[in-house]
Design a protein around this ligand. Structure first.
Ligand SMILES: [Cu+2]
Length: 344
């Protein structure tokens, strides 16, 4: 059938468009902010190298196998009029030997590489060799504690660039999994058990991650931000966490009112704020909150309006959030949100 060139062009265009939509729908994008193939740290680099080298070895194997298959299909297909079977070669010792030994050698080489790297990645670094951070998974947020500096924070992990960080992982409730793809693979946080993983950022930046083990309604909104900073900036952060400015002066009327409301509304029974006597241990530690980029486990930017929305009705912002709706009047909500914005 003849197809006019106009019609052909139309078909090509429609075909290209369908392909584009198919790629889009399959989630196949070019966003590499959470890609294990875009490593930004030693561990992730080792893992990405293992992924790509196995991929290319398998590609070579596939090309060889499929080429042989295609050649066999074309060259040895039945000729027209051919009635008898071609010469049968089963039991050819040389070929049997070759296709048993070759894959065994390839797999053995890959196994040696993998086992070798498993020891590198599985090493547990003591405090003398790496910054230690205790990570506790909660429904649905992350707690980070730095025993050496006596710091507790939530959801945003600060680390110095170029330094090994040993993460000591456990859970306060159900299973979670710590996953920041550009810094390293996943490790589970299991109640009653301690797991270890180390990371080392090779360049400063903000690295995103999320819980990778279904842990309840808020699982998809249980996000992690890692802020990898040059050592001098990291030291400034440590300083601000260990010397927090947490009680607003009485002259800053609204913030001071928020400070009072924080206690009277009962927020302090769940939250700690360093530098005050608010010492609740159920919810995230809010010390230095104004320095955080995001709130609600990195779900929404840390703005006054978002803090108000969150305090006003946490479940509306993040379904499944365990912070109760205290039904506070809006003037109290605004005062508390303003106060939280002053925590440095
Ligand atoms: Cu989780």
């Amino acid at each position: 059938m003849l197809v006019s060139s106009k019609r052909r062009r139309g078909l090509v265009k429609r075909g290209a468009l369908s392909l584009l939509i198919a790629v889009g729908l399959s989630g196949c994008g070019f966003d590499t902010t959470q890609s294990a193939l875009n490593p930004a740290g030693t561990v992730a680099q080792i893992q990405a190298r293992m992924i790509t080298s196995s991929f290319w070895i398998m590609m070579v194997v596939s090309v060889v196998v499929f080429s042989a298959l295609i050649v066999a299909i074309i060259r040895f297909r039945a000729k027209p009029g051919q009635k008898t079977l071609p010469p049968q070669t089963e039991g050819n010792n040389r070929i049997e030997f070759l296709w048993t030994v070759t894959p065994a050698i390839i797999l053995a080489l890959m196994m040696i590489g993998t086992i070798n790297q498993s020891f590198v990645l599985g090493k547990i670094y003591p405090a003398s060799q790496a910054l230690q951070v205790d990570v506790t998974g909660h429904q649905f947020w992350w707690q980070f504690q730095y025993p050496s500096a006596n710091i507790t924070t939530a959801n945003e992990l600060h680390i110095p660039v170029g330094e090994k960080v040993e993460l000591i992982l456990t859970s306060a409730d159900v299973m979670h999994s710590f996953w920041v793809p550009r810094l390293g693979g996943k490790t589970d946080l299991i109640p009653g058990r301690t797991n270890y993983m180390w990371i080392e950022a090779s360049q400063p930046g903000i690295y995103h991650g999320q819980c990778a083990e279904f842990c309840g309604t808020g699982h998809a909104d249980m996000r992690i931000t890692v802020d990898a900073e040059p050592p001098a900036r990291y030291a400034v952060w440590v300083q601000s966490m260990t010397h927090p400015v947490s009680v607003p002066p009485k002259s800053s009327t609204l913030a001071y009112q928020g400070y009072l409301d924080f206690a009277s509304a009962g927020c302090e029974s769940c939250h700690t704020i360093g530098g005050t006597n608010f010492a609740g241990a159920v919810g995230p530690n809010l010390t230095d909150l104004s320095d955080r980029l995001m709130i609600a486990a990195n779900l929404i930017p840390n703005t006054l309006a978002n803090r108000e929305a969150w305090i006003h009705d946490p479940q509306a912002v993040k379904p499944g959030a365990l912070m109760p709706n205290l039904h506070l009047p809006s003037n109290e909500v605004t005062a508390i949100a303003t106060y939280l914005g002053t925590l440095k």
